[in-house]
Design a protein around this ligand. Structure first.
Ligand SMILES: Nc1nc2c(c(=O)[nH]1)N[C@H]1C(S)=C(S)[C@@H](COP(=O)(O)OP(=O)(O)OC[C@H]3O[C@@H](n4cnc5c(=O)[nH]c(N)nc54)[C@H](O)[C@@H]3O)O[C@H]1N2
Ligand SMILES: Nc1nc2c(c(=O)[nH]1)N[C@H]1C(S)=C(S)[C@@H](COP(=O)(O)OP(=O)(O)OC[C@H]3O[C@@H](n4cnc5c(=O)[nH]c(N)nc54)[C@H](O)[C@@H]3O)O[C@H]1N2
Ligand code: SF4
Ligand SMILES: [Mo]
Length: 711
């Protein structure tokens, strides 16, 4: 192959998968830049992709466990042997009528990812991280507006007019990006005269650029938004025309009655933000030509679905749906289906998410995907028998990681493990692969084909980006998609009648009159060229049964959730005296997840140009009270775990919170295992063990807990 020149492809140093150009000289990568045809931006991690590609730790052939799970002892095996072990186990599981006890934990790069196709055909479950990310918002979006369950969908920052409002609530958009162009678009909008408001217990990089930082009490966001909704309605500041035309008849009156006692003063007591602040922001929003509200992980605490609900109501009464600078409505790319389309198993019938204390109640909620947070619980219950982790690192990313690690080592019957097979698909050894029975070496994102159309690409609506090989893969690496197609051909051949991955993408692209080759000629990017605004008008309404917005959710009446409830996360009320602080985890621009691929990157872990450790953030007032100085090593404990970590004393966090950067604490990998970094998930309890507090939303993060800090 030995390519030379600038080649368009897609970055995968994080899940945003931005379009990039890669300069290759004689088969070696020399330089990486943003692709000007798709925003033109690439972040610091993208540039460090070269260090990943040529990392010494790359896996290059399949491995089989020889010691006990967790010991990390492996021997080299052939691909034939690896595939034989996997297909034999999967065949036996299916013959036993337990296909649904296979879960693959992976990140889907498109809604028709070949790995997902295999799972649907076979009858297993996908377990993406989506339930952690923002599933509460997605579920709320579907319930109020109808439509497709697209992931994330940030506001149209690039279209915010002068005087528009941009609100980040539980969203650290400049650190945890979903497109490298977003910081520039937000700052450009500010340059045009728009205002940026950050609602976050932490003074983030975004807050540093904001007009207004509102340090809210964690999980107080629903109360805050209800206070604003009250103020807007009570003072007749809502968008009457939009509400009359587009809100289902009767819903607004029910809301008005319900909201009567949710005054800014009452809500202020819950969220610990002055009532005057709630009123001022409400008035600013009511006046502004547009309001965009972006939230992500930070609202996935406590009663997350209630926040999602309040968010959709707020957008509706201020008329900020599918307008420039407001909340876009997602669209679907008209790719052709690959027939026959496998149906997939019934989550409610077979899923192990209903292992909670109150199955009746659980059954009333809509689950869009299998929640990750029950993996350890499901293993203990005998409901998870084969786990394939591809592009995921649950040994560190699961809340209560030690519970997960214990569960995968749990003995079962006949001398087997309770979890009968654990396979990891990785580019380098990870904490999770230490426990695996089989470790498979993947091709990196510079070495493989992939058709990407995750709907969180916000720049051009439902764009498609082609990932194409720019260099050759080392050793015996094979892309997971190729391998899942191979396993599919063996186990469910009727669904795998195409030749290979490229042939699969060609069938889909035919729906757009395209092919992989044609997409290559077009520079690897297809886009409708616009997001389109107020699409609901052209479509004759919204995707709900009434075609109008459903502010009132009658299906949740029985659970007292027909309208959003303002309370804080219930778990914060437990053991307050023993654990006085609330842990707040957040991300950094330098690293992605708990993944090995940035934490093991010498450029990104560099003390000067990267991020080497994750000292915890302690407010100066709190530090003085407990006698902690900047740089002290402290013990941080929760009701389930304890770590030793360095403290950074700062004003950039609320006095009742402790900040911790998520993702550190790997014990595997030459670079990743260095330093004093700790994993937050040692402190955060396994969600399966906290079901009495479970906020049933179709997914829950629980990325927080109460902690104590001691010198
Ligand atoms: N560089 C980088 N980019 C990423 C990722 C990555 O790991 N690294 N991960 C990707 C993924 S999977 C995701 S899901 C997204 C996540 O994107 P974000 O959710 O924007 O990322 P976080 O940094 O976790 O931001 C959460 C913010 O919420 C705040 N917060 C915590 N609790 C509360 C609360 O109760 N209320 C409010 N208002 N704020 C709160 C935290 O202080 C933090 O600033 O990022 C994606 N992009
Ligand atoms: N405490 C706490 N826990 C959290 C979060 C938090 O904010 N705080 N965030 C939660 C969220 S929102 C999410 S989405 C999850 C994410 O959790 P996971 O989905 O487990 O994701 P990562 O930690 O990003 O792990 C990705 C793995 O993929 C590997 N990888 C990278 N590139 C490739 C490739 O090309 N091929 C293969 N096969 N592997 C590759 C990396 O080495 C890494 O080990 O974590 C959740 N856990
Ligand atoms: S945000 Fe940065 S690391 Fe993530 S895909 Fe885009 S350029 Fe790559
Ligand atoms: Mo996520």
């Amino acid at each position: 192959m030995k390519k030379t020149g600038w080649i368009p492809t897609a970055c995968y140093q994080c899940k945003a998968e931005c379009a990039v150009l890669v300069r290759v000289e004689d088969g070696k990568i020399k330089e990486i830049r943003g692709n000007p045809r798709h925003g033109g931006k690439a972040c610091v991690k993208a540039m460090a992709g070269i260090s990943l590609e040529y990392a010494q730790d790359r896996l290059t052939y399949p491995l089989k466990r020889v010691g006990k799970r967790g010991e990390g002892k492996f021997e080299r095996i052939s691909w034939d042997e690896a595939l034989e072990i996997i297909t034999t186990k999967l065949k036996a599981l299916k013959d036993r009528g337990e296909a649904h006890k296979l879960t693959a934990n992976f990140f889907p790069h498109s809604i028709t990812d070949p790995k997902w196709r295999f799972l649907n055909a076979y009858g297993g479950f996908i377990n993406t991280a989506l339930p952690h990310c923002d599933s509460a918002k997605i579920v709320a979006f579907i319930k109020t507006m109808g439509g497709v369950p697209n992931h994330h969908i940030p506001p149209a920052w690039l279209a915010v007019p002068k005087d528009g409002m941009m609100i980040l609530v539980g969203r650290h958009a400049f650190g945890g990006m979903d497109d490298a162009t977003i910081p520039r678009d937000v700052l450009d909008a500010k340059g045009r005269g728009a205002k940026l408001v950050v609602i976050d217990p932490l003074f983030t990089a975004d807050a540093a650029k904001a007009d207004w930082w509102i340090p809210i009490k964690p999980s107080g966001d629903t109360a805050f938004f209800l206070g604003m909704i009250h103020h807007i309605i009570a003072n007749d500041l809502y968008d009457k025309e939009f509400v009359n035309d587009w809100v289902r008849e009767g819903d607004f009156d029910k809301l008005r009655a319900y909201i009567a006692d949710k005054t800014p003063e009452a809500m202020s007591k819950i969220c610990d933000v002055p009532a005057a602040t709630i009123k001022k922001l409400a008035e600013d929003c009511a006046k502004a030509p547009s309001v965009g509200v972006d939230s992500f992980k930070g609202i996935m605490l406590g009663r997350a679905l209630d926040f999602g609900h309040a968010w959709t109501i707020f957008l509706a009464i201020t008329g900020n749906i599918d307008n420039p600078g407001g909340q876009p409505l997602p669209d679907v790319t008209p790719l052709a289906p690959v027939e026959p389309v496998p149906q997939g198993p019934d989550l409610h019938e077979l899923g192990w998410h209903r292992t909670g204390p109150d199955k009746e109640t659980f059954a009333k909620y809509s689950f869009i995907m299998e929640p990750t947070w029950y993996e350890s619980q499901a293993i203990k219950n005998g409901d998870l028998k084969v786990l394939i982790a591809a592009e995921a690192n649950p040994a560190l990313t699961e809340m209560g990681q030690e519970e997960w690690q214990k569960a995968v080592c749990m003995p079962g019957e006949n001398g087997e493990y309770q979890l009968e097979l654990l396979v990891t698909y990785e580019i380098m050894p990870s904490e999770t692969s230490r426990y695996a029975d089989i470790v498979l070496p993947d091709k990196s994102y510079f070495e493989r084909w992939e058709l990407l159309y995750m709907p969180w690409w916000y720049n051009f609506g439902q764009g498609i980006i082609l990932r194409q090989p720019v260099v050759e893969a080392p050793g015996e690496c094979r892309h997971s998609n190729e391998v899942f197609i191979e396993i599919g051909k063996r186990l469910t051949p009727e669904y795998f009648q195409f030749k290979d991955d490229v042939a699969y993408y060609d069938i889909q692209l035919a729906g757009l009159g395209l092919s992989v080759e044609k997409l290559q000629e077009m520079g690897g990017v297809w886009s409708p060229g616009t997001m389109g605004f107020r699409k609901y008008k052209k479509r004759g309404g919204f995707g709900t049964p009434s075609k109008k917005l459903h502010l009132y959710w009658e299906d949740l009446e029985e659970m007292n959730q027909a309208l959003p409830r303002p309370g804080l996360a219930s778990e914060y009320g437990v053991d307050e005296d023993k654990y006085p602080f609330i842990l707040v985890s957040y991300r950094s621009i330098f690293h992605a997840g708990a993944g090995q691929w940035t934490h093991n990157n010498p450029q990104l872990r560099d003390r000067v140009s990267g991020l080497y450790e994750n000292p915890i953030l302690v407010n100066r007032t709190a530090a003085e009270k407990i006698g902690i100085d900047d740089g002290d090593v402290v013990t941080l404990s929760s009701r389930t775990g304890r770590v030793k970590v360095r403290a950074k004393v700062t004003e950039r966090i609320r006095p009742d919170c402790i900040g911790i950067l998520h993702g550190f604490g790997s014990t595997v990998g030459r670079v990743a295992s260095m330093g004093e970094g700790v994993s937050d998930n040692i402190l955060i309890p396994d969600a399966g063990s906290a079901l009495e507090w479970q906020d049933v939303v179709g997914g829950e993060a629980h990325v927080s807990c109460r902690v104590q800090i001691e010198k």
